[in-house]
Structures are given as C-alpha cells and as structure tokens.
Ligand binder design. Structure first.
Ligand SMILES: [Zn+2]
Length: 231
C-alpha cells in the first residue's frame, strides 16, 4: 500500500493521561468518558487505536476495530511520535477500504480502474459529443479529446495524463492530473484535499475546470486545459 500523505495524528489529548476504556479497541485510551455526550468527548481520539469519536463514518466502530486489527493491533501510544501519523494513516486507509472502492497497487500501476472510483465521490459518468476537451502546451502542441469523464487521457507519453470529473449535484468540472503535470503547478484553483484510493496514488492533484486550468509540468512547461463546445 502506497501512502504518501501522513494524516496528522496529533491531538490535544496526548498531553493528558488516558483513563477510560475505548469501546473500539477495549484498551485504556480515552481521556474523557465516552458515555458523556459533550463536545470534548466527541472530539477526542483514542490514544491506542486512533479511533476518532467525532466521525460520520458508516458503521464506524466495528470497521475501525477490524482495520486496527488488520494493521497489526499496535498501540499508537507505544510507538514513537514521528511514526504515529504514518501508522494512523495506514489504519485509516484500511478502514476506508471496507466500504469504499480503492485502487490496488496493481491497478495504480496499470491505471486500470472501475468507474466507481469516481462515482462513489459524486462524479457522474458522462460523455457529450457536442463538447471537447482541449489541451494546449506553450511549446505549440495541441490535443483534442472527445468529452468524456472518468477516463484517462494521455499527452505524449505515459507520465502526462489526466481525467475530467463532473459533479452530479453542482454541475461543476474538475481536472485530475498526473503528478508529472502537477508537481510544479501552483494553480489558484487547486483542491488540496485528496480522495482515498486515487489521489495522490493515481493523480497528483485536482483542480477546478469550470474555466481554463493552467498547469506547469516537471519540465516547467505550461499546459492550458479547457472544455469547449465543438464548432
Ligand atoms: Zn481505541
């Protein structure tokens, strides 16, 4: 499993000794009484298994328990602080994989994926022959693709690729671009969040494509992405 982004494990409870048993891991990992429904209780994270109480996850406790067991059942407070984020991220990834479709290393390598990768996050599968996706490089090269979402398009080689996402509820467009195309980009419309399962494992970042999106690739070349009506 490739994990690039450590999720910040730190929580203020680290400063206080845990006194209460966590219902998820059955260890003394909670600073505040989990049966008391106040804000402090809801925001706390178990110092042993990392389960966060203020979650809106589906069936969270059972899944988090199973993910924690799968990841070796390590007590987070027993491992050095600097390694906790990585371990916590590993548990979180295993937890999400229980109800989300996430790519395997092999699928990432081959860039083969199921449509659910996008649709589970609210992006529709759409194609429209009256529109095209145009890409222009500042060195003069141009590409045109039939408008289609959730599909990888390649520019030149296997390192420069992208996909377009279309949100079902707000009708907005997004550009998912490979790491090669995103490393040097400092686009204003960048979305720094990530989607477990495909960002940053498959794509480097994603951007608004409601208007022209400009990316700078690893060689400092600029690319201009647009969705345009077919003339
Ligand atoms: Zn726990």
């Amino acid at each position: 499993m490739r994990i690039k982004f450590g999720i910040d494990y730190y929580s203020g409870e680290d400063k206080l000794p845990p006194k209460f048993v966590c219902p998820v891991c059955s260890q003394v990992g909670l600073v505040f009484d989990p049966d008391e429904k106040n804000l402090q209780t809801k925001l706390q994270r178990c110092l042993c298994c990392g389960y966060r109480y203020n979650s809106n996850f589906q069936d969270p406790e059972k899944n988090w328990h199973d993910a924690w067991i799968e990841c070796g059942r390590v007590n987070l407070s027993d491992i050095p602080c600097e390694e906790r984020s990585e371990y916590y991220t590993k548990i979180r990834y295993a937890f999400f994989a229980k109800y989300r479709y996430v790519l395997s290393d092999d699928e990432i390598e081959k860039r083969e994926f199921d449509d659910r990768l996008f649709t589970q996050y609210g992006f529709v599968n759409s194609s429209d022959s009256s529109k095209k996706i145009s890409v222009r490089c500042e060195d003069g090269r141009c590409w045109q693709f039939d408008y289609k979402t959730n599909t990888i398009f390649y520019l030149d080689d296997t390192m420069k690729f992208f996909a377009v996402g279309e949100e079902s509820d707000r009708g907005r467009y997004y550009l998912f671009a490979s790491e090669y195309l995103t490393e040097n980009s400092s686009c204003e419309k960048e979305y720094r969040g990530f989607y477990l399962g495909f960002i940053p494992d498959l794509f480097g970042a994603y951007y608004s494509l409601d208007n022209e999106c400009v990316l700078t690739d690893r060689e400092d070349l600029k690319y201009y992405f647009n969705i345009e009506p077919l003339i």
